[in-house]
Design a protein around this ligand. Structure first.
Ligand code: PLP
Length: 423
């Protein structure tokens, strides 16, 4: 790759990953260049590094109002999710059932499928057409052999927020462990593990302006835990492997910044997102917001552009230096429409025409102006040549109302089935 000065990137994909904050780069560099000792070593050169890992643990704990001892550093959000579910099953050998949702990140969906192959039973709860979750259904799905309920705090594709405190209270009342994947949340919403009442919570540093390759699992005090990575005594025996010191220090600094940026995300970034979304919905015909308008992250807009393929939109946007995405970065390359939008009952063609714009603290008014200037013409150009367009001679229209009705029927059927199983 060329080392020349990069072109300006109009980055609207902050749910995929975020730019490493300059303050975070400054904080981590000494641990790459000068203080590269092993934090487990007994001599001073290692011990001083250990002190910085512990300081980062305090910073990350403060972000979620946890005790530093409850914080275990991992390599990523995926590892944190897998570790929590794995531990719940290992520590409760008589319990073979896991509850999650159909709209989780592939870190949960694919792990669930792996567990099913190993003989476990996994319930993937359906969602309503606005992406919200029926908590009553969740409660009914809990069985005597349920080991853990794992529900994300906010969805990475639509930004829709789930009521984790309510879910955790249900789990407690039924003696079931509760995990939440809060990877998309830091800096956007306050996270307080005591208010949430969860047993496990996952974070990933690269979503909050720190580098990739480090994550965290919160494990509530006194929760029995089986390490997922078995090795040395690092992380108080809860995760083997030499700590990625520079990344952990970076995570700590980013945690401080995330607390400080909560206000900006909820005022300026929210206003930018709303401006972009309102512009699209009012100026580009046949566009629809996917997901509940109110209960969602302040930075995310997921919009369906009917009669065009999102991949074509993204390609043309890329040519203009604009980054956005359709679905999760982890499913890029798959031709299937987003599993999240499909679970919300969107017709496949509408799901295939949906684009996620996720903003962040480095976005400016000028960048939104640039996107707004180019988007309507770009969509029109694609619609002019799209056989999905009703005005195109080779039109293949689809019936959105019929698809919505089908989702309602399927959802009612799924709920009836769950309730029958639970009864
Ligand atoms: N959970 C959610 C909601 C995510 O958005 C992501 C990343 O996109 C992950 C988990 C996985 O995190 P990581 O990339 O750190 O493994």
């Amino acid at each position: 790759m060329s080392q020349s000065e990069p072109k300006h990137v109009y980055y609207f994909d902050n749910n995929a990953t975020t730019r490493v904050a300059p303050e975070v780069v400054d904080a981590m560099i000494p641990f790459l260049r000068d203080f590269w000792g092993n934090p487990s070593s007994a001599y001073a050169f290692g011990a001083q590094v250990h002190g910085h890992v512990e300081k980062a643990r305090e910073q990350v704990a403060a972000l979620i109002n946890a005790d530093p001892k409850e914080v275990v550093f991992t390599s990523c959000g995926t590892e944190s999710n897998n570790s929590a579910i794995n531990s719940a099953l290992f520590m409760n050998p008589g319990k073979k059932h896991v509850i999650t949702t159909k709209v989780e990140h592939s870190a949960n969906i694919n792990f669930g499928e792996f567990l099913q192959k190993k003989g476990y039973d996994v319930t993937y709860l359906p969602v309503e057409s606005d992406g919200s979750l029926d908590v009553h259904l969740l409660e009914k799905s809990i069985r005597p052999d349920t080991a853990i309920v794992s529900v994300m705090m906010a969805n990475n594709e639509t930004g829709v927020i789930f009521p984790i405190a309510e879910i955790a209270a249900i789990c407690r009342s039924k003696g079931v462990l509760c995990h939440t994947d809060a990877v998309q949340v830091p800096g956007k919403l306050k996270i307080d593990v005591k208010e949430l009442g969860v047993d496990f919570l996952s974070l990933s540093a690269h979503k909050l302006h720190a580098p990739k390759g480090v994550g965290m699992l919160y494990i509530k005090r006194r929760t029995k835990f089986q390490p997922y990575l078995i090795g040395g005594h690092q992380e108080r025996g809860r995760r083997g492997g030499t700590e990625s010191v520079a990344n952990i220090v970076a995570f700590g600094r980013a945690a401080d910044l995330a607390v400080a940026s909560l206000h900006d995300e909820n005022t300026r970034v929210r206003a930018l997102r709303d401006r972009l979304e309102n512009f699209i919905l009012t100026n580009i015909p046949n566009t629809v917001r996917n997901g509940n308008k109110e209960h969602r992250l302040p930075n995310t807009a997921n919009i369906a552009f009917d009669f065009v393929e999102a991949e074509a939109i993204l390609l043309l946007l890329d040519g203009l230096g604009i980054c956005a995405s359709s679905g999760s970065a982890c499913t890029t390359g798959s031709l299937a429409p987003s599993h999240v939008l499909m679970a919300m009952g969107l017709p496949p063609m509408r799901a295939r025409g949906s684009v996620r714009f996720s903003l962040g603290i480095y976005n400016t008014e000028e960048e939104v102006d640039y996107l707004i200037k180019h988007l309507p013409g770009l969509i029109q150009r694609l619609r002019d040549i799209s056989p999905l367009n009703p005005e195109h001679p080779d039109n293949e229209t689809y019936d959105i109302e019929a698809a919505r009705e089908k989702h309602e029927t399927d959802l009612a059927e799924a709920k009836r089935e769950e309730e029958t199983v639970a009864a």
